[in-house]
Design a protein around this ligand. Structure first.
Ligand SMILES: [Mg+2]
Length: 402
């Protein structure tokens, strides 16, 4: 018996092979992935890494060399090969590319078998997933207006940035202004999560946590920069407010110190950065053993959101999901629902999205491919530029965290 040829991975009998892998830049700042099989099944993924689109696309040149001709059903074999067999592993660029490919392969598997991804992940453990919307604006009056709007749109929870650009040390008036904005949102009857965005440093973070505690935000997010689990642990010990983070951590290995030292209550893996549906599910399972909830990070596009919700329906420790509809990065022409043929799948009622809308095969969404291709063509022609995050400097000229 001759030894099998593993050049194209493990192959099952009658395998439906990957025949093409394409990427599309779409505004406001997303990177969609389209994988097609030899039998004509199309799966969509999202590999958005905000501000780093070209770098992630570079990984896909390698993926096309490696994975065209592989069995599209071999999600784990492909994931392991993409992650382990390149010597360098992890990090935002490589993991976002793996995420986009992985999500598309789950979409293909669901479409092949005629079931939603949540069925493939073990079946549903809930009928509805709670989602939060975003509130921009920094003046209390703007905040109140937007909170009322969000409530009228069906949300029961929102998130907003705690502060704009700040220095290591700020006037206590900055703290007072944050508390006022939280009070405005809560006056409408909404729960509110506060994103410190890793832009707040220790001297301000401890004051903010203390001042906010009586107002009971849903959580505070990235209270300090990732990479500082010991400093976050010290802050954790001073407050009863749930602490959330994880959008800038990739794979279980990155999450591990935050789980082991007990410095977070809610983990926020981003399905488009952390390793796709496969690794996000593993992160969620790992978090469960530490009694940590999962709130998928998703200020991204519709494919990433669909993947998050497929996980949410089938993950016991899911708590809430971010939704980018009308987030400040989007515009009326390029928003969460722009590229969907049926936007009703993400309808929010009583603060939640119903599983019924996302029970079609695969991710349960229908991407408007014509629109995606037209949008990407503008980018290739150079009429649309890639999104870049702003550079912030203080009045003294010093660089600040964004
Ligand atoms: Mg955040």
């Amino acid at each position: 018996m001759s030894s099998p040829d593993y050049a194209k991975g493990l192959q099952s009998a009658d395998a439906d092979l990957i025949s093409s892998i394409e990427t599309f830049y779409v505004r406001p700042r997303w990177l969609f992935v389209r994988v097609q099989t030899s039998k004509g099944i199309v799966g969509w993924g999202e590999a958005t890494l905000e501000g780093h689109t070209e770098a992630v696309e570079g990984v896909f040149a390698d993926f096309r060399d490696r994975f065209i001709g592989w069995d599209s059903a071999g999600i784990e074999d492909i994931w392991q090969t993409a992650y382990r067999l390149r010597f360098y592993r992890g990090g935002p660029v490589l993991m976002s590319a793996i995420s986009g490919l992985d999500i598309a392969l789950w979409d293909i598997k669901g479409k092949t078998l005629g079931v939603p991804v949540w069925q493939l992940l073990g079946g549903k453990v809930r009928d509805r997933c709670r989602c939060y919307g975003w509130i921009g604006g920094d003046k209390p009056s703007d905040v109140l207006e937007q909170a009322i709007q969000r409530k009228n749109e069906g949300f029961t929870a929102v998130k907003m940035n705690a502060v704009e650009s700040v220095a290591w040390l700020e006037s206590p008036s900055v703290v007072d202004a944050v508390v006022e904005r939280v009070k405005e949102v809560k006056s409408v009857g909404l729960d509110v999560g506060l994103d410190f965005h890793g832009r707040v440093h220790r001297p301000l973070a401890k004051q903010l946590a203390k001042a906010l505690e009586p107002h009971r935000p849903l959580f505070i997010e990235e209270p300090l920069l990732p990479g500082q689990p010991e400093e976050i642990k010290a802050l954790y010990n001073t407050t009863s407010i749930p602490i959330a983070l994880g959008e800038r951590l990739f794979t279980r290995q990155d999450m591990r110190p935050y789980f082991e030292n007990g410095c977070i209550d809610i983990v926020q893996p981003d399905v488009a950065h952390a390793g796709g549906i496969s690794e996000t599910k593993r992160i969620a399972n790992m978090a469960e053993t530490y009694d940590i909830g999962v709130a998928p990070h998703c200020p991204l596009g519709p494919i990433a959101l669909a993947a998050c919700l497929q996980l949410g329906f089938s993950t016991p420790n899911f708590v809430i999901c971010e939704m980018s509809w009308k987030i400040h990065y989007n515009s009326a022409e390029h928003d969460l629902l722009t590229y969907l043929r049926d936007p009703s799948v993400f309808a929010v009622r009583e603060g939640m999205v119903d599983v019924a809308g996302l029970s079609g095969p695969g991710l349960g969404i229908d991407i408007d491919e014509e629109r995606v291709r037209a949008e990407d063509a503008e980018f290739r022609k150079g009429t649309v530029s890639a999104w870049r995050n702003p550079v912030w400097r203080g009045p003294d000229g010093a660089l600040r965290e964004w």
